[in-house]
Design a protein around this ligand. Structure first.
Ligand SMILES: NC(=O)c1ccc[n+]([C@@H]2O[C@H](COP(=O)([O-])OP(=O)(O)OC[C@H]3O[C@@H](n4cnc5c(N)ncnc54)[C@H](O)[C@@H]3O)[C@@H](O)[C@H]2O)c1
Length: 268
């Protein structure tokens, strides 16, 4: 095996059943990686989970998936124990890649005619907890368990909303700004251990999460109009970027926000 091979290494993808996480799981499996996937799906969306698992296995990879709330501390500990055993059994010392791609937040406005229509503290806290702070808690627990090491790379997913306003996106905007800040902080604190931490800012992408945003049709139309490539970003655009940068020879990018959007942001 070449020292630049990722064959047989493991990735953990938080949000592996759909959108960017699902596409990245498949792209990494095609590069020879095995995938731990965390997702939150009900019966109705389980077929898409199975489709991702089938693709990973068809590429020759192992798939170990956990249907759980990624911000539940107890479940996180149990999943990490299972991952530790699986890594030991496959002779891999630690995870090569962690991707945080969770979409789970309130889309309530801050100000509304009726108090119950406006965001409440529980909504705000849940959104920030899942979409931003869980990156820190997963990383802490994985580092404590010895499951991240020299060369491991961590990816978080941000959007233009981290620095622009979109109706209904107030809590998610705050989560994105926090997520970028957490990414920088982790890059600094994990740098001495040789762990790389970066964030991808994807362009507007047609996923189930986007379709929850009020006025998403206008957001899609505006993105196609202003994007110099005249199309939306695809989950595969992000997946191929992460798969290319999984190469062990790429080892000096950390603390960055990388735009994978066909220059959409700079046209805004
Ligand atoms: N779609 C876009 O236009 C866009 C653009 C830039 C950034 N992003 C960001 O990319 C990330 C992924 O979004 P997506 O568009 O791929 O969404 P998606 O809805 O396609 O996928 C979300 C994934 O997160 C999982 N999930 C949600 N809540 C969870 C929880 N509490 N515990 C465990 N799993 C949970 C789902 O099961 C699913 O696998 C999000 O952080 C989103 O804000 C999206």
């Amino acid at each position: 095996m070449s020292e630049h091979s990722i064959q047989g290494k493991w990735a953990l993808i938080l949000g592996a059943s759909s959108g960017f996480g699902g596409a990245t799981a498949k792209a990494l499996a095609r590069k020879g990686m095995n995938i731990f996937g965390v997702h939150l799906d009900m019966k109705q969306t389980m077929p898409r989970v199975q489709a991702v698992i089938d693709d990973i296995e068809a590429a020759g990879g192992k798939a170990v998936f956990f249907n759980m709330n990624a911000s539940n501390e107890h479940k996180r500990q149990r999943a990490i124990e299972r991952m530790r055993a699986e890594l030991a059994a496959s002779g891999e010392p630690y995870l090569w890649l962690l991707m945080h791609s969770l979409a789970f937040g309130t889309l309530k406005p801050f100000i509304a005619a009726q108090p119950e229509e406006a965001i409440a503290p529980a909504d705000m806290n849940m959104t920030l907890d899942v979409m931003a702070h869980s990156l820190v808690y997963w990383t802490q627990d994985l580092v404590r368990a010895g499951l991240l090491g020299r060369g491991s790379r961590i990816w978080s997913m941000t959007s233009e909303g981290s620095h622009r306003v979109v109706p209904g996106y107030g809590a998610v905007s705050a989560a994105k700004a926090s997520l970028e800040s957490h990414t920088r902080q982790l890059a600094m604190e994990l740098g001495p251990q040789g762990i790389l931490v970066n964030c991808i800012q994807a362009g507007v992408t047609d996923t189930p999460a986007l379709r929850q945003i009020p006025g998403h049709e206008d957001i899609i139309a505006a993105s196609i109009r202003r994007n110099p490539g005249k199309r939306m970003t695809l989950p595969e655009d992000v997946a191929h970027t992460i798969a290319a940068l999984a190469d062990p020879a790429v080892g000096w990018i950390s603390g960055s926000v990388i735009f994978v959007d066909g220059a959409e942001d700079v046209t805004g």
